[in-house]
Design a protein around this ligand. Structure first.
Ligand code: AMP
Ligand code: MG
Length: 342
């Protein structure tokens, strides 16, 4: 199949075409402020199976359902928890997914057989307008091939999905750049399952106690049960193996310089690039600019696949604020192969 790029800047029918495809049970690449998603009608199990096929995604990994306004949550969730209203008031529309009890309209394909569903109200106007025009909740995981770095431009989506889906909608580069924060409201205490654009500090400021799932900090084994099934899979990985070097930027730069081979690639902060003369370098923002790091991290991880590198060393922010999300993506790309540089 030919994959069309639908651009609302040049084609006034682009968003309606995307909505019509969704209503017809097709899969469409959709921009959001976090990453580009592969969307399908969340109520249609057969449509959702096409997402898993296009991505090569494991069937036990549930999808996030995207809605266009808060009232739509009542179509998915029989009993909206009080914490969901607090979170929606503070962070929706925006990069936050809440796991809530689901009703019978959500097929097992969408929720991977769980009795809960992840729901998000995105801020990107193109995403919201497509969902509104379709009149459906839209299930969408990131639009990358399973295991590869997530997609933050329409070109990334075309690279992974060309010939596999009928259309991708152009919406510019994603402004957040890492996937949504995922918080479970299904237990007694809210639990952070995946760090993202809404920080743990922000969540605690409005909810009080928030637990942190152990999958954030370590590799979870294939057979193990985890709260967010997606967290156990190797993710975001370029083809060459990645090693994360933790510590102050000057220390990590010195460590990498001392241990780099001739074909080593380096993912580094802008202000450290000078230390890596002669090596293949991808920069992802200044060491003090977490917003830029989040926006760029996936694009730069992807860029290594076009370079002839044997291995990759990566600098990494600490866990404060948005750093928790950026560091989580880099550590996952490395399969949690981590070195402390003093
Ligand atoms: P992605 O669609 O690639 O952004 O990944 C969605 C993330 O949300 C994965 O880590 C999923 O495991 C997690 N997720 C989605 N729905 C649920 C749910 N009902 N319970 C737990 N985690 C979920
Ligand atoms: Mg993903």
């Amino acid at each position: 199949m030919e994959t069309k790029l639908l651009d609302p800047a040049t084609d006034p029918t682009a968003l309606q075409q995307a909505a019509d495809l969704l209503r017809a049970g097709q899969v469409v690449g959709i921009p959001t402020e976090t990453v580009y998603g592969l969307g399908a009608n969340a109520f249609d199990g057969a449509a959702v199976r096409k997402i898993f096929a296009a991505k090569g995604r494991p069937q036990d990994n549930p999808l996030i359902v995207h809605i266009a306004d808060f009232a739509q949550l009542y179509d998915l969730c029989p009993d909206v928890p009080p914490a969901a209203k607090i979170l929606a008031n503070n962070f929706w529309p925006g990069p936050l997914t809440m796991i809530v009890p689901k009703n019978g309209k959500i097929p097992p394909e969408t929720s991977a057989g769980l009795d809960t569903v992840g729901v998000r109200l995105p801020a990107h106007p193109v995403a919201r307008e497509i969902i509104r025009l379709a009149g459906l909740p839209v299930a969408a995981p990131s639009a990358n091939l399973s295991g590869r770095p997530s997609t933050t431009t329409a070109q990334h989506v075309l690279r992974d999905m060309d010939g596999k889906i009928p259309a991708v909608v152009e919406g510019g580069a994603c402004t957040v750049g890492v996937e949504s924060t995922v918080i479970s409201l299904a237990g007694d205490v809210p639990r952070l399952l995946r760090p993202g654009g809404v920080t743990l500090e922000q969540l605690r400021a409005v909810l009080g106690e928030v637990e942190v799932d152990r999958a954030l900090h370590e590799q979870v084994g294939e057979g193990e049960k985890v709260s967010a099934p997606g967290m156990k899979y190797r993710h975001y990985a370029p083809k060459a193996p990645v090693t994360v070097v933790l510590g102050a930027p000057d220390k990590t730069a010195a460590y990498i310089r001392a241990h780099a081979g001739a074909r080593t690639g380096v993912l580094c902060f802008d202000d450290c690039a000078g230390a890596f003369d002669g090596l293949q370098v991808e920069t992802f923002g200044r060491s003090d600019d977490l917003k830029a790091q989040a926006q760029l991290v996936f694009d730069r991880l992807r860029a290594f696949d076009d370079l002839d590198v044997s291995d990759i060393f990566a600098q990494c922010p600490d866990d404060r604020g948005l750093g928790l999300a950026v560091a989580n993506r880099i550590k996952k790309a490395a399969g949690f192969r981590i070195i402390e540089a003093g």
